[in-house]
Design a protein around this ligand. Sequence first.
Ligand SMILES: [Zn+2]
Length: 420
Amino acid sequence: MKLATGTTVIANGTLLDGNGGPPVRDAALIVRDGRIAYAGPHRGVPSVEPDAARIDARGGTIMPGLVEAHFHPTYFNVAALEDLDIKYPVEYVTLLAAANCKLALECGYTSARSGGSLFNIDVWLKKAIESDVCPGPRLSASGREICGVGGLMDWNPDFRKIGMEGLVLLVNGPDEARSAVRKLVKDGVEWVKTYPTGDAAAPDTNDHHTLCMTFEEMHAVVQTAHNHKMKVTGHCRATEGIKNALRAGYDAIEHGTFIDDEGLELLLKRDVPCVPALYFELASVERGKEFKLSQRVIDGHKETLEGGAESARRILQTGGRLGMGGDYGFGWNPHGDYARELTFFVKYVGLSPLEVLTCATRTGAEIMGRADEFGTLEEGKLADVLVVDGDVLADISALEDRSRFIAVMQGGVVKAGLVK
Ligand SMILES: [Zn+2]
């Protein structure tokens, strides 16, 4: 991705650097050749060239670009899980995924970690975005997801003669798990996404269902992935499934819904980050009827919502790390609504806006393994910056309103916002 050339001064705003420290009022940020040259109080600004570009933050907020830590670019706002792999051909899903990436960038998300993709679409989107072929967040790719036969993502009975080949690699036993990971190596993914447990969305394997994958399969995935320098994460809701994943050596946990004391201890011991993705559950409860979800499924989402909120609070309070990602791409939580996750964590889960913003920037970059490049506004890092007309700490929902974005900057280049 090309970096900007020249100097830009962003001034007249409150600086949130992403590290969680107190905001700096009347701050300035200087970008030189795509990287941050200064971030701090306006009175300390070094002198710049007279022809430097200037962006007036209008008394608003200057903060790091957001990181969507559980992004499904190929989920095309489906009304039912079953539609994911059968409704459109791969060619069309690729176009929809490219549009979702453009939208995410316009929403202030300058980076994103894929939580699973149809085929290798996210791998190639990542290459296309890095080569400036199309706009989007800097991506970490996952490619196809891995699930045990008969597990959460294997929902079509055999008589239908429809597998889930586009979305998942179905495995039976550790040998098949190993060969699935080896396939992903060749495809070029960074994060191996697995399905150790069930979900309220699928009544046959509900959110307390632990054995969508066995411990042996999960362990084989981790060993093989780590041998190839890939990381492993998994959809972990059920108590035992979370612990199995942590014991197997997972590098991150998605959801962590019903984590118990022992699971929390395992998580904290290795400082494994968790991405709860919870607004999805609220949206499923509030809008489920509209999309013909059964009462049983809606009740399951309600239980997941409450359990997940409690677990997320405990993880953060005990010193664990949370990433902010939302599983967007279903009819009731469509792409573009990403920042609703952040408002939800303030209003429903009870975290402070500053805590949520740190999770959504620095922790997101840490999860992507790129915290030395972006995620905070510090000298030398890439100028991935969001300038918002509004006090984001006073009202975090300002991040849901793109009409208030003065600039969305990636490597110092303004990619979206009012000044573009
Ligand atoms: Zn997901």
